[in-house]
Design a protein around this ligand. Structure first.
Ligand code: G1P
Length: 281
């Protein structure tokens, strides 16, 4: 299965940090956000990844490319640890790029992948959400897709005050943690939302989705919404994600994620705890 990672958004929630750099390249501890996303796809068994980029996103291409100058420098200076890390990034998978010419929404960004996908089911991983779980989120969705022969997306329960940030589903539980989706709505107010189950940025979609994207008018925010196109699929399942998500599209959440990931490194953890005690005092 191929994966599509849309990374074409303007990152307005992150200005001014994202004025001249893509939000997907903001580091979370020691890696750019999008590298975690690519690693999830690879850990799910995917080796063909299409990243949808746009104007000002060149550094994403450079990140996944070889850097001969840097590799030469690291080799000459005996920095083999870094050298291995740097070389391995460009060997993660076959990574392709296509540009979305105009920012017309997530649905339109996905539509840019139709020729590369060429009629097969495919995975979608949003470039600003990181997941952590025993079994990679995308792999679980691939298994659900295989079991039911239909599209699948990951959901998680969110509190009322966060509902309006997400696509929200209404579903009927067909097996533990799996819902047949009856309806979904993009960023509803908590008063009209059909549930608290939010679409969290991981999908496996049948390629009919492209016909539906073509047929829908602009929706929430005047944009072509993937959620509106998914409503038109014959069958789609919602799978409650058994892990933790980090939504990097928000400054404080991004900082919290960086701290949490830094805590996984014993040395960084020690230094940070000491520093936090100091500043809290
Ligand atoms: C997008 C989707 C939304 C989903 C969210 C997850 O919204 O349109 O349905 O719940 O990602 O992060 P965005 O965050 O791009 O506005």
């Amino acid at each position: 299965m191929k994966a599509v990672i849309p990374a074409a958004g303007l990152g307005t929630r992150f200005l001014p940090a994202t004025k001249a750099q893509p939000k997907e390249m903001l580091p979370v501890f020691d890696k750019p956000t999008i590298q975690y996303v690519v690693e999830e796809a690879v850990a799910s068994g995917i080796d063909d990844i299409l990243i949808i980029t746009g104007k000002g996103k060149r550094s994403i291409e450079d990140h996944f490319d070889r850097s001969f100058e840097l590799e030469y420098h690291l080799r000459e200076n005996g920095k083999t640890d870094f050298l291995e890390q740097i070389e391995s990034i460009s060997e993660l998978a076959d990574i392709y790029f296509v540009r979305q010419k105009k920012q017309k929404g997530l649905g339109d960004a996905i539509y840019c992948s139709r020729k590369h996908i060429d009629g097969e089911p495919f995975a979608v991983l949003l470039g600003d959400t990181i997941t952590r779980s025993k079994i990679p989120c995308t792999k679980t969705l691939m298994e659900v897709h295989e079991k039911y022969g239909a599209s699948a997306l990951a959901v998680e329960t969110v509190p009322d005050e966060k509902i309006e940030r997400y696509g929200i589903i209404k579903g009927k539980e067909v097996s533990p943690s799996t819902y047949l989706i009856e309806d979904m709505v993009e960023k509803p107010s908590s008063e009209v939302a059909p549930s608290n189950m939010a679409i969290m940025g991981r999908y496996v979609l049948e390629s009919e989705i492209f016909d539906h994207i073509e047929s829908i008018p602009p929706g929430f925010g005047g944009e072509i919404q993937l959620t509106d196109a998914m409503r038109l699929l014959d069958n789609i399942y919602g799978c409650v994600f058994d892990g933790k998500t980090f939504d990097i599209g928000n400054k404080v959440e991004w900082l919290k994620t960086s701290i949490e990931f830094a805590f996984e490194d014993p040395e960084a953890r020690r230094d940070l705890v000491e520093y936090m005690r100091e500043i809290l005092d």
